[in-house]
Design a binder for this molecule. Structure first.
Ligand code: MG
Ligand code: ZN
Length: 216
């Protein structure tokens, strides 16, 4: 929740964008591609990071992750258990990462060691849209288990992201959701210009296409 005056909010966003640009330059200087994942709690962001990082590492590239959450280190532990280097980034009470938190996480990472960094945002489909972090790609992840109305309810995050993913395609039938409705809503929202990619991080269906879209 952002309870700030309009002028103050403008300054906060402007300062965030300034730091995001400097994060971007720092990453480029070190030859690192950064991919941010946004999406609700339970959409499968962590599972996707782990599966994408597996593929990146199989290609001989070096990957690590920044695990963003309000509290706790559960995602960081899951990542590390999969063999992925990860730093934890708790926001304390904010419901989104900002560029300064990411800058502080990048300070903890030896940037010489990596080619790709995944940044998992806090589970939230609203305010992360307003706070670019400096990544090459902003990816929004939703899942069939959230119902078929996510695109209709959350225009901003879909318009502020570069790539959209519909996860858990393998259980769409079981939860009574028609993926075509969601994919169609996204097509409509983006004027027919962009495609939402269906996948299952669990079965790895659709993952090849996502890897290629992200240039990994
Ligand atoms: Mg997670
Ligand atoms: Zn927030």
């Amino acid at each position: 929740m952002h309870i700030v005056q309009v002028g103050m909010e403008y300054d906060v966003l402007k300062e965030n964008n300034r730091i995001a640009n400097s994060n971007y330059r720092l990453l480029k200087k070190n030859g690192i591609k950064a991919i941010e994942l946004m999406g609700s709690i339970g959409s499968g962001k962590t599972a996707l990071v782990i599966k994408l990082a597996d593929r990146v590492r199989k290609k001989g590239l070096r990957a690590c992750a920044i695990a963003g959450d309000v509290a706790g280190d559960d995602d960081q532990r899951r990542m590390r258990e999969s063999g992925l280097d990860a730093v934890n980034c708790n926001t304390g009470r904010e419901c989104h990462l900002d560029a300064n938190l990411v800058k502080r996480s990048l300070d903890k990472i030896d940037l010489d060691l990596y080619d790709v960094i995944f940044i998992e945002n806090v589970g939230n489909l609203v305010c992360p849209a307003d706070f670019p972090l400096g990544a090459d790609y902003r990816v929004v992840v939703i899942s069939t288990t959230e119902g078929d109305d996510m695109v209709r309810k959350h225009h901003d995050i879909f318009l502020h992201s570069d790539v959209a993913i519909l996860n858990k395609m393998d259980i769409a039938d079981a939860v009574g959701v028609d993926p075509e409705v969601i994919l169609g809503d996204y097509k409509k929202l983006t004027g027919g210009l962009k495609t939402m990619y269906g996948c299952s991080a669990r079965t790895e269906e659709g993952m090849d296409e996502i890897v290629s879209v992200l240039g990994l």
